[in-house]
Design a protein around this ligand. Structure first.
Ligand code: PLP
Length: 362
């Protein structure tokens, strides 16, 4: 009955389906040890400096957080070399994506992104009643910037470029992005989702989208998060960097006190810990090398990644995913023929390969 009074476009939007929690899988299959390699979390955990910073605030939670996140804002603006007024914080990057839709997208507007990519672009477009234009990835699993550029119309409001792309781990290159942004109207927002920035940043071909903002492209927006390389997915904090006029518009739809005291403190502590980021990247690189070698040994076709997860081909992906879960390894099924696995600690990667190999032989 209530579906009659619900916003009609929402009825076509599926709820977000997260990877299964470890405790659920343990209970369901009576397992003692379960490894979760399904949500691209950082296997080494939170930075000790972040933990220390958060502990300091644990007894002061009777007070609302600073809605403007002044201290964090000051620190991050120095690190990124942007003005404080160019930042907005969210309850995860997810919330900044939501704010963008709330503030800019009317029913019938077009939103363009590559596909497959991060499912939230699709979901929020559906919630907003926008028209999603999903542009197939290229044969080598990259965002097809030429096709995206061609598909822009009068109605286009936003373009999402997920870089590195989740789930394929691929990047669009600097030279291609430079050509692309020149082709896009100045009143179309080009949103670079750089949730996995830290893993890709040192590659010479990787475009840091903040550079385009600094060059004067006022329609470029950068999204980053503390959930991935910073290891703080459970705390929920991400941010956007954009032109002041865009930030002022987003501020109108931001929930008051959207980022908790603990999240702000944790992010402040984490920013000071370059070693934690370096360690995370080093462990990820080692895991990547190991998994590439093992995939080759098993004759599995995989996509080279610039991130902390690997996308690979697997016939009967659903069955393989389910069988692996029963044996205590949670991965992410992507359609009928692909699986995405997050890169874990060495013993987790070994266990993943052992279970995958066993399940493939069945
Ligand atoms: C591409 C991409 N963007 C954004 C997010 C959301 O990150 P957050 O935890 O900051 O909301 C994710 C999380 O998986 C992601 O993969």
């Amino acid at each position: 009955m209530f579906d009659k009074i619900a916003k009609q476009n929402i009825l076509n939007v599926g709820a977000y389906v997260p990877g299964k929690p470890i405790e659920d899988v343990k209970r369901e299959y009576g397992l003692e040890r379960v490894i979760k390699l399904a949500s691209n979390e950082n296997p080494i955990g939170v930075s000790p400096k972040a933990v220390e910073a958060m502990k300091k605030y644990i007894e002061n939670l009777n007070l609302y957080p600073d809605g403007y996140a002044y201290k964090l804002r000051e620190k991050l603006s120095k690190k990124l070399e942007v003005n404080m007024e160019n930042l907005i914080f969210g309850d995860g990057t997810d919330e900044v994506i939501e704010m963008l839709f709330l503030a800019f997208v009317n029913i019938g507007d077009e939103v363009i992104y590559g596909w497959p990519s991060f499912v939230e672009y699709k979901r929020y477009a559906g919630i907003a009643g926008a028209v999603s234009k999903e542009i197939d990835l290229t044969d080598d699993y990259k965002f097809d910037l030429d096709e995206i550029s061609k598909s822009v119309t009068e109605k286009t409001k936003m373009i999402f470029i997920c870089n590195p792309n989740n789930p394929t781990g691929t990047i669009v290159k600097k030279e291609d992005v430079e050509k692309f942004i020149k082709t896009v109207r100045k009143d179309v927002l080009i949103i670079f989702d750089e949730a996995y920035f830290e893993y890709a940043k040192d590659d010479k071909n990787y475009p840091n989208s903040l550079d385009y903002q600094k060059m004067g492209y006022r329609n470029v927006i950068t999204l980053r998060t503390f959930s991935k390389a910073y290891g703080m997915a459970g705390i929920r904090i991400g941010y956007g960097v954009a032109d002041k006029e865009i930030i002022d518009i987003l501020e109108r739809v931001r929930l008051p006190f959207n980022v908790s005291v603990i999240a702000q403190a944790g992010a402040e502590g984490a920013i000071d810990d370059d070693k934690h980021i370096d360690d995370s990247i080093r462990i990820n690189e080692a895991g990547k090398k190991y998994l590439y070698k093992e995939f080759e040994r098993l004759g599995i076709k995989f996509v080279k990644t610039y991130s902390n997860f690997i996308y690979f081909e697997m016939k009967n992906a659903k069955k393989i995913f389910e069988e692996m879960m029963k044996k205590g390894v949670i991965v992410r099924q992507m359609g009928n023929n692909n699986i995405r696995v997050s890169i874990g600690l060495p013993d987790e990667n070994e266990q993943f390969i052992k279970i995958l190999e066993g399940v493939m032989k069945k």
